[in-house]
Ligand binder design. Structure first.
Ligand code: DQA
Length: 149
């Protein structure tokens, strides 16, 4: 069975309440519920974690590296700053999919740069909560069949 670690970075615990014009009005709990339902229908197992702390996100990546077959991560603000998080993603040698609710390439110039994306197979950005569902399909595909040709 495909096993996927889903990681939510800082401030995403406030989704629904936080800048809904950018991130939508779906709460993190609702996103996790959507993911669990979709995963169950796809026969995929998930472990989902959120942290506001860089080191904690890195610890979870290390801890789950033998359980997970792929990682879906929204590094949130750390996307644009964290060499350490990018290094951790690279270190565990798992396929990683970066997710963003908003289109980071259509916002402030500093958001156009992702430090973490270079450690990922690809990035899904701009589809609000649905970005995570698209990432789930991509992760399942990669685990079961390898990268698409
Ligand atoms: C975000 C985009 C980041 O620039 C921002 O810092 C976030 C959320 C997104 O999902 O659109 O916290 O990752």
């Amino acid at each position: 069975m495909s096993r996927i670690l889903v990681l939510h970075g800082p401030n995403l615990n406030l989704l629904g309440d936080r800048e809904p014009q950018l991130y939508g009005d779906t709460s993190l709990e609702e996103i996790d519920h959507m993911l669990e339902e979709e995963a169950a229908s796809l026969g995929v197992k998930l472990r989902i974690e959120q942290s506001n702390h860089e080191g904690e996100l890195i610890d979870v990546i290390h801890r789950e590296r033998t359980w997970a077959k792929a990682i879906i991560i929204n590094p949130a603000g750390y996307t644009h700053t964290s060499v350490a998080l990018a290094d951790a993603l690279r270190a565990v040698r798992l396929p990683v999919i970066e997710v963003h609710l908003s289109n980071i390439h259509a916002r402030e110039p500093f958001r156009d740069q992702s430090v973490t994306a270079s450690a990922c197979v690809g990035q899904i950005s701009g589809f609000r909560a649905y970005s995570y569902i698209l990432a789930l399909y991509a992760a399942k595909q990669i685990i079961e069949q390898g990268p698409t040709p």
